[in-house]
Design a protein around this ligand. Structure first.
Ligand SMILES: Cc1cc2nc3c(=O)[nH]c(=O)nc-3n(C[C@H](O)[C@H](O)[C@H](O)COP(=O)(O)OP(=O)(O)OC[C@H]3O[C@@H](n4cnc5c(N)ncnc54)[C@H](O)[C@@H]3O)c2cc1C
Length: 508
């Protein structure tokens, strides 16, 4: 035991993805600050969270200078792709209806080997002067008062090393990146209950059949199937096999390894053994056909406590929050104590709003996954809103602009109401189709490239007037209303003005 206290400007608790990304951003922005990163695990092992989407990828490139690294050392991602099956789960891959791109996306995204990424980031962080401490467990965290009081801004914790020795650390800033340990959340009671619960089991596999390598004559129909997606690299997508209530993912994580998992309401403990996992997967003909020669590296069971990985938003959250944390610390270490506090509470409120909005994309939506028609509509709605409202907002750094955040927060209830209206509409479609036993009626033979509404991609991330953003939102909403009515067999809908979608109304 030592009584020496190590003093730091910033201590980052945890050296997983979040810890390493925020350490990189802080060390680039504040080269003279003393930054420590504390991680208990000596090995960077396999983790889920391999797929990045547009906000995170933009963050890696724009804020962390990682574009060459991502292209050289990880895999380019070919968007999200969804396959649909019969009720009996016996469609072959080529028969399945599909929603997925027929070209690489305009904004790059990546499939990531998490263990390698974290290892490489740790090295990069050492290179930019971060004091990386591996092996010790953080205990006895003691948080002091608010960030506007420079004299009391002295948080402390202990690091218990495996050899029994103990280090004491004091820091002006503590960044909690301890993942599920949630060191600060537990201490301060920040956890919020969420009723959307789903389970997941996943693992890594070798020898998974590469769907782009299926060739005629062994695979009759392969040429036409590849042709309908313009021979794009489907294997680089996050491939979702969708069922009512759950979905199965295939994600390539380089060097012959594929991550495979199931998420949904079907989780049962027996599925988390290797045997159980294969048994479950093989109940689906198309999935089984890709796993004929597959070998399991590891299977990990997980009874969920996460928002939902359907659209891979995890690293988006990490990116936005890393940006916000960096902004507050840069202000405070620059002597602007009060200015750091102002955005701090705004950032909190905004992230809560973003979380509530995100959950509306998933909560009660799992039945929608089972049908090509309903999911195609939901996907086109979700992706175009994501681009128009969230990717654009991030790329223009509006999430760091208090004026823009206040503007967003003023509209919070209306936005949540609109999302709820559409969530109800999608659920209604499922109920109506099921009542006529037609939920699966279009699950074979259809293809949609998932960009019905992405004709405005070139407007994203460049200066646009608020009115132009609203016009696009109104177009998206009306398109989806129109399509929903078509699915229900109803006549064309009268076009609605944007505000009408934001009232508590039934759109169906
Ligand atoms: C099924 C599933 C699928 C997902 N898919 C995606 C996806 O496709 N894309 C995506 O972006 N996200 C995805 N996510 C979310 C993603 O996994 C998480 O957002 C991400 O792993 C969180 O990273 P982190 O750094 O916060 O936590 P972690 O990676 O868990 O890192 C926390 C670190 O803190 C360390 N630590 C904890 N306590 C202590 C302590 N007391 N002392 C010292 N060290 C400590 C741990 O050892 C660990 O290394 C998925 C999640 C699930 C459950």
């Amino acid at each position: 035991m030592t009584d020496t206290v190590e003093k730091l400007d910033i201590a980052i608790l945890g050296g997983g993805l979040a810890g390493n990304l925020v350490a990189r951003q802080l060390s680039l922005r504040l080269p003279n600050a003393s930054i420590g990163l504390f991680e208990k695990d000596t090995e960077r092992g396999y983790k889920v969270g391999e797929s990045s989407v547009e906000i995170a990828s933009n963050f890696f490139i724009r804020k962390l200078g990682l574009s060459t690294y991502m292209v050289d050392d990880q895999l380019p991602k070919n968007g999200l792709r969804f396959f649909f099956d019969t009720k009996e789960k016996n469609a072959s891959l080529f028969e399945m209806s599909e929603v997925g791109s027929d070209r690489l996306p305009m904004f790059p995204t990546f499939q990531i080997d998490r263990a390698r990424f974290e290892r490489d980031l740790l090295e990069m962080n050492r290179g930019t002067g971060v004091k990386v401490a591996i092996g010790g467990t953080i205990k006895n965290l003691d948080l002091k008062a608010g960030i506007d009081d420079a004299t009391t801004h002295r948080h402390s914790f202990e690091v218990h090393e495996p050899d029994g020795s103990l280090r004491k650390v004091r820091a002006r800033w503590i960044v909690d990146a301890s993942g599920r340990q949630q060191l600060i959340s537990k201490l301060r009671g920040f956890r919020t209950p969420e009723r959307h619960a789903c389970g997941s089991v996943w693992g890594r596999f070798t020898n998974v059949t590469d769907m782009d390598s299926l060739m005629e004559p062994k695979w009759p129909g392969a040429d036409a199937w590849k042709g309908r997606a313009r021979h794009t690299a489907r294997v680089l997508s996050t491939n979702h096999f969708c069922y009512k209530g759950y979905w199965i993912w295939f994600i390539p994580i380089a060097r012959g390894i594929t991550s495979l998992g199931v998420v949904g309401t079907v989780f049962e403990p027996w599925m988390s053994s290797e045997e159980g996992f294969f048994k479950f997967m093989r109940q689906h003909k198309a999935v089984a056909s890709l796993l004929e020669d597959a070998k399991c590296i590891d299977v990990i069971g997980e009874a969920a406590a996460f928002s939902d990985p359907f659209y891979s938003p995890g690293s988006d959250y990490i990116s936005i929050e890393s940006d916000m944390i960096t902004d507050m610390i840069v202000r405070e270490l620059g002597g602007l104590h009060r200015e750091a506090r102002g955005p701090g509470s705004l950032y909190d409120e905004f992230m809560k709003f973003r979380f509530d909005a995100t959950m509306l994309l998933y909560r009660d939506q799992y039945p929608v996954l089972g049908s090509y028609e309903t999911m195609r509509l939901k996907w086109n709605f979700d992706i175009s809103c994501y681009y128009n409202l969230w990717v654009d907002f991030f790329m223009r750094d509006h999430h760091l602009d208090p004026r823009k955040l206040r503007e967003q927060l003023r509209r919070k209830e209306y936005v949540l109401q609109a999302l709820e209206n559409f969530s109800n509409l999608f659920q209604k479609l499922v109920v109506e189709l099921e009542a006529k036993d037609q939920l699966h009626r279009s699950n074979l033979g259809h293809y949609n490239n998932g960009t019905d509404l992405l004709y405005f991609q070139s407007e994203i991330g460049v200066e646009r007037k608020k009115g132009a953003v609203n016009t696009r939102t109104e177009e998206i909403f009306n398109f989806c209303l129109e399509e929903a009515r078509r699915i229900l067999g109803e006549g064309a809908a009268e076009k609605l003005e944007l505000h009408r979608f934001m009232e508590p109304v039934s759109l169906a």
